[in-house]
Design a protein around this ligand. Structure first.
Ligand code: ATP
Ligand code: MG
Length: 388
């Protein structure tokens, strides 16, 4: 049984559309694992029937939009059938001296109400484990029973899901993906919010670390594993010519600002090309010199589509924790240094100075040229596929 949360609050037609997209995403995920199954979506729940319920539940619980999933025993929709299954579940976990609670629901079934169902199941459990006690506020063990038209459902475990909205319900966005910790988390958060994703990475060529591209490809592949069955594109742009130009400038302090603005410029061109609505990056207020409020204000206008910054208010610890949970954290990233970054970057670059430098170097045409250098990798089910 799969539960969803927020989608529940939507209007009936929106809910129907979201649930059908989520159901399709679960189907794709099960198909990617070769798990045969049958899916039904009665009111408020998604039910999946199959021979490997544990694996099915774990996969469903990894799908965006899912709040939790449980392995259930299906019974006849009457008190006796439900109680017998509940006793079996309780027999596995409930020991003498422990307290327990029965949580009962009933929809579309006549002949008893949910209190009567709970009471009957409770006394059947007590018959089996007489030394147990009932505690409805803070029980050691809970067994959930539901009587529905099609049958009874009994379960006692919930696997937590990522929550959010079903992948693909919000249109496409383009995330700027680097080898760092932050940007994969930013991308994941927007995917979890229902955005179809495309990644773009700006490659530093000889100015960057030798391991960067490999790490970015790994991030990309891992993120694609969160949306099984959906192809995920990564566009790689050659930044080397731009770095040749800005490293020849006399003043090194503004390089990071120029670089960040250039990235937004190029990504805006690529996003518009594909019809992506917005860019996403891993900016986090105050984390580094280019992310001071003053510099962000100078950098942001270089984008010609909106920029989403889902990590802006996070603490670094929270981001690291998320990266670990998502599977993109790299404890030993290897050689990733950027040789263009100056030793003393400006933390408050004057916008007029930046505009003047960009005018001199012809940033706009450099960006258009960079946008023409794209290499494309396509990942699916956690693996990098064809290269074009
Ligand atoms: P991250 O850990 O995501 O690299 P960071 O804290 O190191 O972030 P920056 O390197 O200043 O911060 O980058 C800020 C954001 O700009 C990143 O989160 C990412 O979205 C984007 N970005 C940085 N470098 C690149 C790159 N080479 N290609 C694409 N996007 C990049
Ligand atoms: Mg970085």
């Amino acid at each position: 049984m799969v539960r969803y949360g927020e989608i529940f609050l939507k209007s009936e037609p929106v809910k129907r559309r979201f649930v059908s997209i989520m159901t399709e995403n679960i189907r794709l995920a099960l198909e990617a694992e070769g798990l045969s199954h049958r899916i039904e979506a009665p009111r408020g729940r998604i039910l999946i029937f199959g021979d490997e319920p544990r694996r099915i539940a774990a996969i469903a619980a990894g799908t965006f939009g899912v709040v939790s999933a449980s392995v259930c025993t299906v019974t006849s929709p009457d008190i006796d059938g439900i109680a017998a299954a509940a006793v079996e579940h309780a027999g596995r976990h409930l020991r003498s001296g422990m307290s327990f609670a029965v949580r009962a629901r009933r929809t579309g079934v006549e002949g008893f109400n949910s209190q009567e169902l709970a009471a009957a199941v409770g006394s059947a459990v007590l018959d089996r484990v007489p030394e147990a006690t009932v505690d409805l506020t803070a029980p050691d063990y809970e067994v959930f029973v539901e009587a529905r038209e099609f049958g009874g459902l009994v379960y006692d475990e919930k696997l937590g899901g990522p929550g959010g909205l079903p992948y693909g319900t919000q249109g496409e966005v383009m995330a700027l993906l680097s080898e760092g910790i932050d940007s994969p988390v930013a991308s994941w958060l927007m995917m979890r919010r229902g955005c179809r994703m495309v990644h773009v990475h700006m490659h530093s060529g000889r100015f960057g670390g030798a391991d960067v591209e490999e790490i970015v490809l790994r991030h990309h592949a891992r993120l694609s594993a969160w949306v099984p069955g959906h192809p995920l594109d990564l566009l790689i742009v050659d930044m080397e010519p731009f770095f040749e130009v800005i490293t020849a400038l006399k003043e090194p302090r503004y390089r990071c600002i120029l670089c960040k603005r250039f990235m937004l410029r190029v990504a805006s061109i690529l996003a518009k090309d594909r019809g992506a609505y917005a860019l996403v990056n891993g900016d986090n207020l105050g984390q580094v010199a280019s992310q001071t409020l003053a510099n962000m204000t100078v950098i942001a206008p270089a984008a010609s589509v909106p920029v989403l910054r889902p990590l802006i208010g996070f603490d670094k610890e929270e981001i690291v924790e998320r990266a670990r949970a998502i599977g993109t954290f790299e404890a030993r990233p290897g050689s990733t240094g950027c040789t263009v970054a100056p030793r003393y970057p400006s933390t408050a670059a004057p916008a007029a100075t930046i505009a003047q430098i960009e005018e001199e170097i012809g940033a706009e045409s450099l960006a258009a040229r960079a946008a023409g250098t794209v290499r494309r990798y396509r990942a699916k089910n956690g693996e990098i596929g064809e290269v074009r």
